[in-house]
Design a binder for this molecule. Sequence first.
Ligand code: AMP
Length: 624
Amino acid sequence: MHPSPEAGPIVGIDLGTTNSLVAVCDAAGPRVLADAEGRQLLPSVVRFVRGGAPVVGHEARARAVENPVDTVHSAKRFMGRGFAESAPAAGGLPYALVEGPRGLAAFGVGGAVVTPQEVAAQVLGELRRTAEASLGVPVRRAVITVPAYFDDAQRQATRDAARLAGLEAVRIVNEPTAAALAYGIGGSRERRMQPETIAVYDFGGGTFDVSVLQLVPGGPDDGEFFQVLSTAGDTRLGGDDLDEAIIALVMGEIRAQFGTALDFPPAARQALRTFAERAKVALSAAESTTLEVSLGGDRTYRRTLSRAEFEALAAPFVARTIEACRRAMRDAGNPEIDRVVLVGGSTRIPAVRAAVGAFFGREPYAALDPDLVVALGASLQASVLGGGRRDLLLVDVVPLSLGIETVGGAVAKLVIRNASIPTRATEMFSTSVDGQVNVGIHVLQGERELVADCRSIARFELRGIPPMPAGIPQIEVEFLVDENGVLSVTAAERRSGRRASVQVVPSYGLTAEDVDRMERESFAHARDDMHRHRVVDLTANARLDLKWIGDALGRVREQLEPAYVEELEAAMMGLKGHIAAAEHDARAVDANAFQQAKEALDRLSIRVHEVAIAASLRSAGAAR
Ligand code: AMP
């Protein structure tokens, strides 16, 4: 039995300690909804105003410094907890923790006693309004996520918060379960009768937890797909600690450099914190960043912080998370881990990913935005409960071909449509420009032959290739689509060993209608597309031939018979004519004539290459 569609959509909500999100899964797949300003993350912060309506989200967080005593953040830590057990953790909070009804923890803010449920209800209400504005229909039901370690009282408090916000919590789902669902793990239990074990590593701004889950084969139709084997973590460990470590370094150096016993008033500390976080985030993408603090007068503190230095600062914190992983694994009976899923903004740090991968002996899943993954999973669970499109989760085959862009805007397909998964494919590529040290890899999906007609799903760069002539580097591109439809693309240059990779979930945002349409279009344009692809490839190869022949001819022209040189140059001119025509209008080009001209030049050029090679061997010998 499914609820009737008139009941409206069921949304998925990630009710977080720091930020909250709402997502929906409809015909277009799962997506996080944005507010009128385009923001997806709502700060879980509420300011209570005496005699007025509470202020929720961005505004409350932005003005928290001015209204510290009436602004509640991190209310989630106190959901369903007793006052007595919470009091020790309340030190350092700017707002007052008080004893609420039935001995539960509550807050004394805005001249009233406010429960954590009431704070959460404000956040949920705001998310509900965002969803209604975005979807244009009333929203009354939600799947809400909670940490795996939440007990019954904490889960009940979450349900109560939803009710206060006018939402029915149709299911409370564990955050790690939602994260796994977002990757399609457990989505099609029919295919998977062996148990599968998943580790979910969640490293956010203020908290860390890790869960070991086991997929329940053939579980109840709409029930939890996973059983939690163990959890471990630290509710006081997060990205904030890494910011603090940078601040401590900077303050120490400022004191050493400027000698004075500088004191840092709260506003200055706040500014330092923002600046430390920015440096940390920059180092996830760059190898180094510049720290610069103006200290008034003509005093400026400036230094470069390298990724390696930051990693050294972060190492003790990362080690603590790995220690927790070890505890969770031990409590779960040290099972073999089949998959590792990353959640939380701090998992964008390359050293964190590397440490997690090394500990579990598995490359972690990182295709989805770690801030959105829990909300996306909640929306998938919601769509299953709402009787929505179950089939979105079922991906047994690759629905559309996958490939990469090659010179001239053609697509080289590596994985062909309907390949059953898991599947793996590799192909060799090279550079098209002399001395090229970076290569952009553009990953595409679709049946058409040219980039412009396919769907772009990812881009990344392979950097640091040693400079070599065009066409010499050997770049192996590997596509791997695993059992869950997660695509990993890796590019590796053979000689230097440089590698780069990206992960994506190609089925996201793709509906059955899209797949049908793209397939129909590919049939309709098949002839034309094939022709254009052939011309694009011919053009790219002909250019490279002309370049090589031109280089060789430049070196050994004097050693060749004038008649041969004349014939060769005429053939080169002819091929250039084909290239110019192809650039003007690829459709009008006679591809057979183009190809014959290219092959004729190739045959003719054997001599100039032979003479050039002999000449360079001679000069190498003379030099020795
Ligand atoms: P969350 O609680 O999941 O929203 O995670 C927020 C934490 O992730 C904060 O400490 C952020 O500074 C951190 N964070 C976000 N993006 C990055 C990044 N690219 N590199 C390092 N840390 C990040």
